[in-house]
Design a protein around this ligand. Structure first.
Ligand code: SF4
Length: 369
């Protein structure tokens, strides 16, 4: 039986079923998530007989690191191998996984250290069904949902690997492969452990869930008592533009999406972040900037992150420096907090899904270390 991904209550029940007192479950919970002790045979606070039983009847499975890509800016991009699993489409119906990758999915996690904090970007699905036109992951299609254990492992593994150099603050962003709100239950099971002070113990303000705009998922998230911050992948200034770039917009158009954002509860200093990838000649005009400012006008506390397109194998162009500055200035002039962010790890393929897709296509890419 797999232990990773189990909640405190599940571990307590498991211990009772194994003939142990329930508080052993609390010890297991702390060992796995707070101490990152994955070899329970060495958890000397547990009785030897119980450790033997655990070794015989349970497992703690971390993904296989298929490759590490070291960026010159210090980021480490992990290509992680997962076991076989089930795939579901956006309606929740099981689908047949793509033949080439059926034997084992790959996902990516990125560890980005800086002076003040480390940020870990994680995936929530292998592949994705949402079909955003500027995203490499979309080309994979949906392979399968990740389990809570697989989501947490992408955080635990790099934290353990970099334990000698960690700063006190860790941020986690759910911005890798997949649409988190289409794997809601597993994502929230993982968030429960991530945000629990006796689990991994991050503050909710340090965890951000980014969605393409799955309105029922946003409404459901709004009702959670403990939840990550919300980010919306916007990328367009009108329905006509967004229908093309992000076809999910036909199902959840801007009017519905922005209404769900407006109603989304926020703490006293909490903002909803709107991410806007600037695609040269596509969505980066002054008129686009003015329309984005109008979309933001009535939503309460929001901010816009402008992300200049990272050149890759998709047919989009980088925006010009002048275009980026003009867009940014129009938002600020209209009173919308705006920031320009350049993606980190550009030299190790920073657009989500690029590594897994490279593997599927057997393309060549450079391993720096
Ligand atoms: S941008 Fe996100 S939601 Fe859109 S296809 Fe890529 S992984 Fe899926």
């Amino acid at each position: 039986m797999e232990l990773l991904g189990k909640s405190r209550e599940e571990l307590r029940a498991l211990c009772v079923a194994m003939g142990e007192p329930a508080y052993r479950g609390d010890q297991l919970y702390r060992a796995l998530y707070a101490e990152r002790n994955f070899d329970l045979a060495r958890a000397t606070n547990l009785p030897a007989a119980f450790r033997e039983k655990l070794a015989a009847e349970t497992t703690v499975t971390l993904p296989i690191v298929r490759q590490r890509y070291m960026s010159t800016d210090g980021s480490v991009r992990y290509l992680l191998g997962l076991g076989e699993g089930k795939a579901f489409n956006t309606e929740g119906t099981e689908v047949t996984a793509k033949k080439k990758i059926k034997k084992g999915a790959s996902v990516e996690a990125v560890f980005m250290p800086s002076e003040a904090r480390q940020t870990i970007c994680i995936s929530t699905q292998a592949g994705c069904a949402v079909d955003c036109q500027f995203c490499m992951t979309a080309q994979l299609g949906l392979i399968r949902n990740l389990t809570a254990a697989e989501i947490l492992a992408q955080i635990l593994l790099p934290l353990e690997e970099h334990k000698e150099t960690l700063t006190p603050q860790t941020n986690v962003v759910l911005m890798g492969q997949g649409e988190p709100l289409l794997n809601y239950d597993n994502v929230m099971a993982a968030m429960g452990i991530l945000l629990d002070q006796s689990g991994i113990g991050l503050a909710p303000k340090h965890v951000t869930l980014s969605t393409s705009g799955i309105v029922p998922g946003i409404e459901r998230l709004a009702k959670e008592t403990r939840r990550p911050k919300l980010a919306i992948s916007l990328n367009a200034s009108s329905d006509a533009q967004r229908d093309v770039l992000m076809p999910i917009n036909k199902k959840y158009p801007l009017r519905k999406l922005l209404a769900a954002c407006k109603a989304f509860p926020r703490g006293s200093r909490e903002y909803i972040t709107f991410e806007y990838v600037l695609l040269g000649g596509v969505n980066d005009t002054a008129e686009d900037a003015r329309r984005v400012a109008r979309l933001m006008a009535d939503l309460g506390r929001v901010k816009v992150n402008l992300i200049p397109w990272n050149p890759g194998s998709l047919p989009y162009k980088e925006p010009s420096e002048d275009g980026i500055e003009r867009f940014h200035k129009i938002l600020l002039d209209k009173g919308v907090p705006a920031f320009t962010r350049y993606s980190r790890g550009r030299d190790v393929m920073a657009a989500c899904g690029q590594l897994a897709l490279s593997e599927v296509n057997s393309q060549q890419f450079t391993v720096l270390s």
